[in-house]
Each structure stands twice: as structure tokens, then as C-alpha cells.
Design a protein. Structure first.
Length: 208
């Protein structure tokens, strides 16, 4: 009897986890298709679930955003190629910018959705928080890869240079280069790489 109850509980938990995953993947797929703010009906249809179940599986909008972000990071994890921080600086820049460009190109629809949703009052708070968390991940990458190359600068110069590198490789700048300026992905990558080299050179980390 106890075993049957445990089996039933495990089965319900498994179905719940599958449904939550399906909802998150449906949200990501819709965004990838250009739907900037998927509705519950659209998500339910794509996930193969009822509209009611979408609301039943998440306590609030913040919980849904967190789950979708986690699913997105898992989907795009292969594009976050780790770069060996012991490599020569110029090689580190080249490898990191190439990986960063691939990641930004793949996640462009998600960036546009966050921009759109940050302007809509019901979703503004959650969209801004998700954007800030993503930028914090990027900032940690920048510091891991380049902070020790800026040891000769003052603390303020070091901090400003790291922030400038983050800004020069941000999702918003990629969107500007690709869609506002109309550059190809290859040219946008070149602009980012040139910007990072210029910033490091100005800070004295590279020969002039």
C-alpha cells in the first residue's frame, strides 16, 4: 500500500516537472519565433497543455520568469564556451568575442522580448531583474578573463575599463549593431573585438 502511494506521488511529481519544462520550452520557442510577449493561450497551445495548467504550475509571474531563464540558460549553455584565462591576452579576446557573438546572435530574440516586456507595466519588474541577472553573469566573465591584465591601472581605471568592456559586448549593443545599424553578424563581431582591443590598449594591457 505504502509503495503504491509512493508510486502515485512520484508519478504526479514527474508529470508536474514535465509540464513545467514543456511550458518553459514553449515560451522560449515562441520568443525564438518572434513572439515578444507570449500569451497564456499561445504557451498552452505550443506546450500541448490547457490554459489553466499554465497558471497552476507557477505561483506568480516572477516564478515563471525564473523558470524560463533557467531553461534558456540550459538551452544556450553550449554556446557559453569557456576560455582559458592563462592564454595570451590577444588570443583570449579573440576566442571570447567569437563565443560571445555566437551567444548573442542565438539569444537575440530573447533580448528583444526582454526589452519589449521591460516597457510593459505588468512585466516590467521581472524583465528588468532577468536582464540584470544576465548582465551580472557577463560581468563575472569579463572580470575572470581580464581583471588580472589591468593590475597596472588604478582601482578606478580598472573598474571603469571592466565596465566599458561589458558595455561594449552587451546584448543591447549587439542588437544595435545587428538591427539598428544593419551589420552582418561577422561585422558586428569585428566591431566588438576592435572595441575590446581598444579598451585594453588604452588601459595599457596591450602594446599601443
Amino acid at each position: 500500500m505504502a509503495g503504491q502511494i509512493k508510486s502515485n506521488v512520484d508519478g504526479r511529481l514527474s508529470r508536474t516537472l514535465r509540464s513545467r519544462a514543456a511550458i518553459c520550452e514553449a515560451c522560449l520557442d515562441l520568443i525564438q519565433d518572434g513572439v515578444l510577449q507570449p500569451s497564456a493561450d499561445q504557451v498552452a497551445l505550443r506546450a500541448g497543455l490547457s490554459r489553466r495548467s499554465v497558471f497552476n504550475h507557477f505561483g506568480d509571474l516572477g516564478e515563471l520568469y525564473d523558470a524560463v531563464l533557467d531553461a534558456g540558460m540550459a538551452r544556450w549553455a553550449p554556446l557559453r564556451t569557456a576560455v582559458d584565462e592563462t592564454l595570451p591576452l590577444s588570443r583570449r579576446v579573440e576566442l571570447w568575442i567569437s563565443a560571445r557573438a555566437r551567444f548573442l546572435e542565438a539569444t537575440g530574440p530573447f533580448t528583444r522580448a526582454l526589452i519589449w516586456q521591460s516597457l510593459a507595466l505588468p512585466t516590467r519588474k521581472q524583465a528588468l531583474r532577468v536582464s540584470q541577472e544576465a548582465l551580472e553573469l557577463q560581468q563575472r566573465d569579463v572580470e575572470r578573463l581580464f581583471a588580472h591584465d589591468l593590475a597596472v591601472t588604478t582601482r578606478r581605471e580598472k573598474r571603469e575599463t571592466l565596465e566599458a568592456i561589458s558595455a561594449a559586448t552587451s546584448p543591447l549593443l549587439w542588437e544595435h549593431l545587428r538591427h539598428s545599424r544593419g551589420l552582418s553578424a561577422e561585422r558586428a563581431r569585428g566591431v566588438m573585438q576592435r572595441s575590446v582591443f581598444a579598451l585594453l590598449g588604452h588601459a595599457g594591457a596591450l602594446p599601443s
